[in-house]
Design a protein around this ligand. Sequence first.
Ligand code: PMP
Length: 427
Amino acid sequence: MKNQDIFQRAQESIPGGVNSPVRAFKSVGGTPRFIAKANGAYIWDVEGTQYIDYLGSWGPAIVGHSHPEVVKAVQDAAVNGLSFGAPTEGEVILAEKICALLPSIEQVRLVSSGTEATMSAIRLARGATNRRKIIKFEGCYHGHSDSLLVKAGSGLLTFGNPSSSGVPQEFVSHTIVLEYNNLDAVQQAFNEVGNDIACVIVEPIAGNMNLIKPKAGFLEGLRELCTQHGALLIFDEVMTGFRAGPKGVQGLTGIKPDLTTLAKVIGGGMPVGAFGGRKDIMQHIAPMGAVYQAGTLSGNPVSVAAGLKTLEILNRPGFYEQLSATTATLVKGLKEKAAKHGVTFSADSVGGMFGIYFRSEVPTTFAEVQESDTKAFNVFFHAMLDEGVHLAPSAFEAGFVSACHNEEILTKTFDAADKAFAKVAAM
Ligand code: PMP
C-alpha cells in the first residue's frame, strides 16, 4: 500500500502529487509507482516490487540505470564541488565531443533542460534572422516555454491557440502550427509569410505523440524551403539525439539542420540540455552577440561528468547495433503476441526508441495516432504493470530501451505481453 499512501500524501504538498504531469497516471488511471531505486533495465518501487523499465527516465537511461562507470564519474565530480558559477574544462570537453559527433554543430551552449534548449534556440533564430514567426508541428513537443506550447486548430495555416492556460494569445500569435508530414502546408505557409518566418522547429522523428517517423521527403523538403526563404531549420533532437542512432536523426538522414537542440542522453540522467549549430548563428548569443541567454547551473560539473561518461560508453563498438537489434526484436515480439490474440496492434522502432499503437497501421500524423484505441492501451498498460513491466503511462508516448535490456528481459516482456494481450482481447 505504500505507493498509494505516498501518492495520497504527495497530493497534499505537490500539485497532483507529481513534479511532471504524465507521471500522475492521469490518462491510464491508478496509482503511480514511487521509485526507490533502479539498476540496469530494472526499477523498484517503494514496496520492493521490481519492474522491467521501458520509461528509461523518458530517454536518458540509454546505458542502463546506475551504470557503474557513470555513477563513479558522478561521484568523482561531486567530491570536487557541485557547482562553481565559473567555467570548467569538463564543459569544454563535452562541447568538443558534441561538435565532433554531430557535424552540423560547430558551436554549442549547455543549459539545464530540453525546455531551455528549445526556448533559447527559438530566441536565437528570431534574433539571428530578425524575423518573428516560427513554424512547429502538431503533436511535436518542444518543452513548455510559452511560444512553443501551442497545438494546432484546424485549417492549413493555423495561427496557434495556446494549449495551456496562462499563455496569452498574443504570446503565440507568431507560432504557426502545421500538420506533421504535410509538406504542402509548409510550402503554403512560406508562400504567405515566408519573409517573416525565423525558423521551422521539428522533432525529426517525433517521440511526443508516440513514435512517428517522417515520410520520405518531408525533412528534405523542410531543409529546402528553409534555405530558399532564409529561415533556419531547427532539429529538436532532445529525445532522438544519441537515441535514434549514434548521430541522431541528422546522422540517419544526412540532413543538416542550422540549429540542433539536445538534452536527455547527453546528461546521462542528470539535468543537461544544449543548443548548437552553425557558428555564424551561434555568434549572436551573449556575450558575443545581442541574443541574451544564461544559466546559474548551465554546464554543471556533475551533470557534465555523467554526460561525458555516457557518450563515451555509447560510442563503444557495437553499441547501437545491439540497441537497435534489441528494440527491433521487442517490437517484433509484441506484434506476434498481439496477432496471436487477435488484437488490433502495430508497432515501430528506431535505434533505442519504440512506439506501440492500438490501431492497425503505424500512424504518420497526430490525427492518426489519436485514432488509437486508448481503452485497449490502458488495459494493456495495467496488465503489463501487474506482470512487472513498466511502460510509459500514456498511449501517446514513445518507449525506451537500454543497453541492459537483454534476451532474458525480452522473454519476460513477451510472457507478460502474452497475458496482457489476452486481457485486451477479452475486453
Ligand atoms: N523537446 C523534446 C523533443 C522532448 O522530448 C522534450 C522532453 N520530453 C523536451 C523538448 C523538453 O525537455 P525537458 O523535459 O528536459 O525540458
